[in-house]
Design a binder for this molecule. Structure first.
Ligand code: MN
Length: 222
């Protein structure tokens, strides 16, 4: 059974841990206010249909048409917001960066030709997402790594993919330091990217691909 109520996870490092690449004030507002807001709004929405607290959020997002219409948008935006940010904080850290590691490293090279080619493709996806959204590295239904972007707080599970690694390109993620210079923020992200965590996500995704993809099973929502 899932928890009865969602809670804001602690940031796994200090607000200033990612400086000078991502400033402490941005991290504090982003975590406490933005992510905190998604958690509160998700709880408020699910509180109108409390049995849905027992359904994994991935299942709700993968089956939005089965979510009651009065809370569908709220679940999409705030359930996605909670899921995305909970993963994102762990994908960064102090003294990180460098190249992908572990099984993910070889898989990226195989899928994209080289680590540098992957970086360019991911940077383009992040830079070209118009307005608010995320760039993602995901495992698709065939076990293939793909780079793509999604709008707002949409999560790859909504497209039957399992997220491995992602970058928040909402202005709230970078505006205080970088203003309109999103490409500089994307470059800075490579300095704090936690590839060990991404490799863990990749190995978990491979192990659970059948289960993860079965979140599209409508029976789980009813
Ligand atoms: Mn954000």
């Amino acid at each position: 059974m899932a928890q009865k109520k969602y809670t804001l996870p602690d940031l796994p490092y200090a607000f200033n841990a990612l400086e000078p690449y991502i400033d402490a004030k941005t991290m504090q507002i982003h975590h406490d206010k933005h992510h905190g807001g998604y958690v509160n709004n998700l709880n408020a929405a699910l509180g109108k249909h409390p049995h849905l607290f027992d359904v994994p959020i991935e299942s709700l997002l993968a089956n939005l048409n089965s979510v009651p219409e009065d809370i569908r948008s709220a679940v999409r935006d705030n359930g996605g917001g909670n899921l995305n940010h909970s993963m994102f904080w762990k994908l960064m850290g102090k003294n990180m960066g460098g190249d992908p590691v572990g099984e993910l490293s070889g898989a990226i090279t195989k899928a994209f030709g080289s680590i540098d080619d992957f970086r360019k493709i991911f940077e383009a996806a992040a830079a070209q997402r118009f307005g608010s959204g995320w760039a993602w590295l995901s495992l698709d239904a065939f076990g293939k790594l793909t780079v793509h972007s999604m709008a707002n707080q949409d999560n790859p599970v909504m497209e039957g993919r399992i997220p491995i690694f992602g970058l928040d390109v909402w202005e709230h993620a970078y505006y205080l330091t970088y203003q309109n210079r999103r490409p500089e923020y994307i470059s800075a992200f490579w300095k704090v990217a936690n590839w060990k965590e991404a490799d863990l996500n990749y190995r978990n995704a491979l192990e659970n691909i059948d289960r993860c993809l079965s979140v599209a099973d409508l029976r789980k929502v009813s």
